[in-house]
Design a protein around this ligand. Structure first.
Ligand SMILES: Nc1nc2c(c(=O)[nH]1)N[C@H]1C(S)=C(S)[C@@H](COP(=O)(O)OP(=O)(O)OC[C@H]3O[C@@H](n4cnc5c(=O)[nH]c(N)nc54)[C@H](O)[C@@H]3O)O[C@H]1N2
Ligand SMILES: Nc1nc2c(c(=O)[nH]1)N[C@H]1C(S)=C(S)[C@@H](COP(=O)(O)OP(=O)(O)OC[C@H]3O[C@@H](n4cnc5c(=O)[nH]c(N)nc54)[C@H](O)[C@@H]3O)O[C@H]1N2
Ligand code: SF4
Ligand SMILES: [Mo]
Length: 720
């Protein structure tokens, strides 16, 4: 079959690039050299022919008239969106000239790279720029956007294990979806849960909101945000007090049971009920059912880390399955990120050997304070290079970020597919390809299949994959190490540890041909990796009392951890415990007197973080920025359904349309994230009110730990 304009049609095996656990296998129809449709690959055992509302018209993203297809140079004030087209040579020369001047005056740490997972490909994703910026000597950007706190806690407790095979959920009899909105954020996992449910399994959802997922559950347990550790500790109290413990498992495969027993002894369901709002009898029922039904499994969402005590919450949750011996059965245990099953040599991809020891590390959530000078940085940040990320919309303290991005003396380069809120503030914009225009190999953080993304069409305009971007930058900066000259094929060959048992029997040829391959692990029906303990922790056991706490050794290089903020959240208490939210009416009554409502900003159903919030189909599906609030809270404030409202606190404000619903707990309000600032009334999004405070572990964000007040827009205007 050919790719020519001779009326031929061909199907290309691809994979969705997005930062989503599903990593769907995708079939791209290419007609006359143009991608005309995408659909799910029915052969894929996990994603089974499905995509989602975000990606099922991905070709429209590729061919969007709003794509950035050529390098651009700013011609108007920062943020004005006025740019002129320039050539790649000129763009690269400008970048080199500005960087060299900055390096000569202030050293390379005055340059800050900023990136995350715009694409998740092994080549073009998380690590693509690390070797270059390490070699340049730029400030290291600590990437604790997602799951850094959860992962630190998980590693401390059971180590970097893949956990339960997501496909093995079909064998589970008791499934707890904890701070996880599967129907929106992990859609293709649902059929496995539904299959278990159809065979009699009980599905429990623990969430302050009666989400799409909660509506499908057998039991929805609404809980006050940020209080889940209290629930988990009380569950352990019940399990121990009522002797529902698997003593044999605990004796052989865990560490620190007596200490844990002493720790949770006072954490009665009554005490937890007062904190969580979950009735004590419900806590007892949940504990008993979890402990006595086999196989029982916890599926924790990333959202479980997003409050002051998020790390210890995950610690407590990760202890539960060992206490009850849930790990003995396929479909029993805990599922966090199965990505740990993939034999990726993150160290080799990042090239830490190119890094000058002692190079400054700056946490990404601190972008606003770093750019505005609120943080005393020596040298200050004079140049910013953003790729695979949209910090103007995904990071807290938005007003400070925008003020920083508007600094005339800041030299900002953004590699993008679109003129995002971040790109709008760039001095130079560089055009990036979409997944249909590039080749990559993909891991997954939601299943055990390695995927291959074959390129469907040639790059549009002058767009380049991130790999090519960094090849060009390296050549421009005179880096002559052959590492920087490798082509994509060579990079793919070197990306994985092919000698690893997990890849036994898998070849690149087969991957290209089939689009995916299951890692060489036992089939789901036999997969019980911790039946006999064998946890990848220092002791080989599930560590209720974490030895990593005693060693102070928490650094997960993957997230580039090492900032002062990160060091300051190093815990000392080796046992799981309850850390109350920073901002809640019971823990911060002073603040709550002015701002009584707890705001959460979870994921939008139709956007992928801020991606797709500029695409017509997805915008149509999502509608305007909404704020869900309980009718009782609305009544007190004279807010009616559909009314424009202002959400504010001491950090800022943004507008939304009120959606009155009893699906949310009184006292809690919900504004899904993702809408663009430039398309929002008042030029502000939920990030304008979100706190820059860190959680207790892994410098994780606290997006569920924010107090606000809500008022009708008309009343707020009148008061101005
Ligand atoms: N549609 C869609 N899918 C996505 C994404 C997207 O943007 N859109 N993003 C992807 C990414 S990057 C990630 S990290 C994952 C995240 O996946 P999830 O963690 O599932 O995503 P969220 O929607 O942020 O949060 C899940 C649920 O947790 C609840 N929640 C928030 N705080 C708390 C709390 O303190 N306790 C409890 N018990 N519940 C709480 C929220 O109400 C929400 O319903 O989703 C991925 N998939
Ligand atoms: N309030 C609130 N804030 C949150 C969260 C939340 O739940 N609530 N979740 C947090 C979490 S879990 C995450 S993961 C982060 C996500 O934060 P980000 O990773 O910044 O996510 P996106 O908004 O999708 O931005 C990715 C950008 O990369 C671009 N891109 C895509 N592919 C490529 C490519 O190949 N090359 C280049 N150069 N660019 C590309 C896209 O066009 C897009 O603009 O947000 C965090 N922020
Ligand atoms: S965003 Fe997630 S669910 Fe949608 S196609 Fe991509 S991997 Fe699948
Ligand atoms: Mo994320």
């Amino acid at each position: 079959m050919t790719n020519g304009s001779d009326g031929t049609e061909r199907i290309v095996l691809a994979a969705c690039p997005h930062d989503c656990p599903d990593t769907c296998s995708m079939l791209v129809t290419v007609r006359d050299g143009r991608a005309v449709a995408v659909r799910g690959n029915p052969d894929h055992p996990f994603t089974r022919g499905g995509l989602c509302v975000k990606v099922n018209n991905y070709q429209d993203r590729t061919y969007s008239p709003d794509r950035v297809l050529h390098p651009l140079r700013r011609t108007g004030p920062k943020g004005s969106g006025r740019f002129e087209r320039i050539g790649w040579d000129e763009a690269l020369a400008t970048i080199a000239r500005r960087w060299q001047a900055i390096i000569a005056e202030d050293g390379p740490t005055a340059i800050l790279p900023y990136s995350y997972l715009g694409t998740e490909g092994v080549l073009n994703g998380l690590n693509v720029g690390d070797p270059f910026f390490n070699r340049l000597g730029a400030t290291v950007s600590e990437r604790t956007f997602c799951d850094s706190g959860s992962s630190t806690a998980y590693f401390m407790t059971i180590g970097p294990t893949a956990g339960v095979d997501p496909e093995a959920f079909r064998f589970s009899r008791y499934i707890v979806l904890w701070a996880c909105n599967t129907m929106s954020t992990n859609l293709h996992h649902w059929p496995f849960i539904a299959e278990a449910q159809a065979q009699g399994a009980k599905v429990v959802v623990i969430d302050p909101v009666r989400t799409r997922t909660a509506k499908k559950a057998d039991w929805h347990i609404p809980i006050r945000p940020g209080t889940d550790a209290a629930l988990a500790l009380a569950m352990m109290q019940v399990i121990i007090a009522e002797d529902l413990v698997d003593h044999d498992y605990v004796a052989n495969h865990t560490l620190g049971f007596d200490d844990l027993k002493a720790r949770v002894a006072g954490f009665t369901p009554e005490k937890a009920a007062a904190i969580t709002g979950v009735p004590a009898e419900d806590i007892r029922t949940l504990a008993r059912e979890f402990a006595t039904t086999d196989p029982a499994v916890l599926r924790i969402g990333v959202a479980l880390e997003r409050h002051a005590g998020g790390g210890q919450t995950v610690r407590a949750a990760a202890c539960l399955p060992a206490l009850t011996g849930a790990w003995r059965h396929p479909g029993g245990g805990i599922l966090q990120l199965p990505v740990w099953a993939f034999p990726l040599d993150w160290g080799r991809l990042m090239r830490p050997d190119f890094l000058t020891p002692g190079t400054r590390v700056l946490n990404q959530w601190r972008l606003g304070p770093a750019l505005t000078g609120e943080m005393a940085l020596d040298p200050p940040i004079r140049a910013l290079f953003v790729y695979n990320a949209n910090p103007a919309v995904v990071a807290p303290e938005q007003a400070k970020i925008i003020r920083g991005l508007c600094r005339e003396d800041l030299f900002t380069v953004v590699s993008e597919q679109f003129l995002t809120d971040t790109a709008l503030h760039a001095d130079i914009v560089l055009p990036a390809t979409t997944q249909l225009e590039q080749e990559d190999i993909m891991y997954s953080w939601g299943h055990f299949y390695l995927s291959y993304n074959n390129p469907a069409v040639a790059p549009l305009g002058e767009a380049v994959p991130n790999t090519e971007l960094f090849r060009r930058l390296a050549a421009t900066m005179g880096f002559d190490d052959p590492f920087f000259r490798r082509d994509d094929r060579q990079m793919i060959e070197e990306a994985l540890d092919w000698a690893s048992p997990a890849l036994a029997g898998i070849t690149l040829e087969a991957l290209r041909r089939d689009g995916y391959a299951r890692l060489n692990l036992p089939p789901a029906a036999d997969y019980a990796p911790h039946r006999d303990g064998n946890f990848p922790t220092p002791s080989g056991k599930c560590e209720f009392a974490a030895s990593m706490a005693a060693n102070g050794d928490f650094v997960l290089p993957l997230f580039r951890q090492g900032s002062e903020e990160f060091q300051s959240c190093t815990p000392v208490d080796p046992l799981p415990h309850y850390i109350p939210p920073n901002e809640s009416p019971s823990t911060n009554p002073g603040l709550a007197a002015s701002y009584p409502l707890n705001l959460m900003s979870p994921k939008s159903h139709a956007f992928l973080n801020s991606s797709f919030a500029n695409m017509p189909q997805q915008l149509h599906h999502a509608g305007e920025q909404s704020l869900m609030l309980h009718p009782a809270d609305a009544r007190e404030r004279n807010i009616g359904d559909g009314m424009p409202v202002v959400i504010s606190n001491g950090r800022g404000s943004f507008q939304a349309v009120a959606r009155l619903s009893e699906d949310v707990l009184p006292g809690v309000v919900v504004a899904p994230m993702g809408h663009w600032r430039s398309r929002s009334p008042g030029e502000a999004t939920v990030q304008a009110v979100n706190s820059g405070a860190f959680a207790d572990l892994g410098a994780a964000p606290t997006f569920s730990d924010n107090l606000v007040e809500v008022a009708p827009l008309a009343a707020a205007r009148a008061a101005e």
